[in-house]
Design a protein around this ligand. Structure first.
Ligand code: AMP
Length: 504
């Protein structure tokens, strides 16, 4: 078995690794560090939790250990898709450079340009950034990328999802042709393959733990249920979620609850809080300071339930999560693997519950064929739901899907035009008082979460077109060419609805 001391790392880096308590390199580290130290390009196909961050930071630090940064000309660059991931990489750098004198700057949205400019002006060895913020600095004339000797692209597949690929291409073009590139992605979509073929030079390909694998330390359960009425689906799912959490008792020490939509993240967190659970939301529309505070509280064990969107939670390093609850079945099969991978880490046992309704059949099929196994069906608990004349009664939601349910749900999914609906009966939960019209528009809001504007630059036209294609069925009667201003007006309406929900 390879030992860290076999890896030709700088002794000061080895000391920091020992201080971190690592005994042996993980497979991606053992395979990626030697070629990276030789200055070769590396294409790492690995998901989060494999130790991939150290697999690029340790050789980078060793290679940068001797030499000095010049004003405005960083010697290396790490690009990460979200602020949290960038901040996490920065923390890793701090830990591994503790016995060296290397400087770093973190360029992310939500932090003042002035502070960041001052660091860059002084000269940094390592610049860690989200692509949008980096290009903003570049365009303001504050930054030169011609001194970059090593460039890292982390979580490239998520960059693709978030529309960052044109930015990444541009950044590649602004750095010297002779740079070393370390490129990491959990999957190799054709677009990612194209980028690596264009910008990497004869890379060493290192692949660990295929994307489709789910850890054997995770007990998976699928909780299938059919809502009693379409306009109650959201509220009944929340009731079911509460029952699941309760039924796990103290065994559920902490959990991440995933929702597909940002606005649902807020409502689910608010609803859990209203029912006495210790819960808080995290998604891309929250202020950076709030996101950081929430995550810190979760890591410290002060917050038990973190309700999250995929983008916000992606790659976050939270070592001991006992449970993952998928409030929604993810519409991208790989997200299922990422989500449940938040538990059962480092040999610990974990549990992952997924709530599914008949409308999710298609997505479930894709997940099960990706992970090459059926998700074991759990027994859906009795839910207590008092939003009806049968108030307070225990009711067993139907757990088998009738074909009529399926058809009804499918037709509701493809019908994107907002529609007036009768007002709901009085509901005990404050947020359930939201009219079914809102419930309907939530269901229709199939758009995946996008980063905040300051984390992302205005996409190119072809990129916008691709994203629209990803957003699901086009608006009936408007053809494929929906003018942007119409899409914007939808987004505003959605934001207003979220604000209304939050106000209740
Ligand atoms: P990553 O995949 O980079 O997000 O790393 C996942 C977790 O593994 C982090 O908590 C690291 O601190 C930890 N880690 C990285 N390398 C090692 C190692 N060689 N031994 C033990 N833990 C490690």
């Amino acid at each position: 078995m390879t030992k860290f001391s076999d890896l030709q790392l700088d002794p000061r880096v080895l000391q920091a690794v020992a201080d971190a308590g690592y005994e042996t390199p993980t497979p991606i580290q053992a395979q990626a560090i030697p070629p990276a130290l030789e200055g070769r390009d590396v294409l790492g196909i690995a998901q989060t939790g494999t130790g991939k961050t150290a697999s690029f930071t340790l050789p980078m630090i060793t290679r940068l250990a001797n030499g000095r940064a010049r004003a405005r000309m960083p010697r290396s660059l790490v690009l990460a898709p979200t602020r949290e991931l960038a901040a996490q990489v920065a923390e890793n750098f701090d830990a591994y450079t503790k016995h060296l004198k290397l400087t770093k700057a973190l360029l992310i949205g939500g932090v003042s340009f002035k502070e960041q400019d001052a660091l860059i002006d002084r000269g940094v060895d390592v610049l860690i950034a989200t692509p949008g913020r980096l290009l903003d600095h570049f365009e303001r004339g504050k930054l030169l990328l011609t001194g970059v000797q090593i460039m890292v692209v982390d979580e490239a597949d998520r960059m693709l999802d978030m529309g960052f690929i044109p930015d990444i291409e541009r950044i590649f073009q602004l750095t010297p042709f002779t740079r070393q590139t370390l490129f990491f992605s959990a999957t190799m979509a054709p677009e990612i393959e194209r980028i690596t073929n264009t910008f990497l030079s004869n890379p060493v390909r290192v692949e660990v733990a295929r994307q489709a694998t789910t850890s054997s330390t995770i007990e998976q359960k699928l909780m299938a249920f059919a809502p009693s009425r379409r306009d109650r689906a959201f509220a009944e799912k929340r009731a079911l979620l509460r029952e699941l959490i309760k039924s796990e008792g103290d065994g559920c020490s902490n959990a991440i609850i995933f929702c597909n939509r940002k606005m649902d993240v807020d409502v689910v967190a608010k609803s859990l809080k209203a029912h006495g659970f210790n819960a808080a939301p995290i998604h891309g529309d929250l202020e950076q300071s709030v996101r950081t505070k929430t995550l810190d509280a979760f890591r410290e064990g002060e917050l038990r339930l973190l309700v999250a969107s995929d983008v916000a939670a992606r790659g976050l390093d939270i070592p001991a999560v006992s449970h993952v609850f998928n409030f929604d079945v993810p519409s991208h099969a790989e997200d299922y693997v990422h989500r449940i991978g938040r538990t059962g880490r480092a040999g610990r046992q974990g549990k992952a519950f997924t709530i599914s309704t008949p409308a999710d059949d298609k997505y479930l099929g894709a997940i099960e064929s990706l992970i090459k196994q059926p998700i074991p069906r759990g027994e859906t608990p009795v839910i207590e739901f008092d939003d009806s004349p049968d108030r307070g009664e225990h009711r067993q939601p139907r757990s088998r899907h009738s074909s009529r349910d399926r058809d009804r749900d499918r037709s509701s999914r493809s019908d994107r035009a907002p529609r007036a609906e009768p007002v709901a009966a009085a509901a005990p939960e404050a947020e359930v008082a939201a009219a079914p019209r809102r419930e309907e528009s939530r269901r229709e809001e199939t758009r995946r979460e996008e980063p905040r504007r300051d984390d992302r630059r205005e996409p190119r036209r072809d990129d916008r077109r691709d994203r629209r294609r990803d957003e699901g069925p086009s608006v009936a009667g408007m053809g494929d060419h929906v003018p942007d201003f119409i899409l914007r007006s939808f987004a505003r309406a959605a934001a207003m609805e979220t604000a209304e929900d939050a106000a209740e």
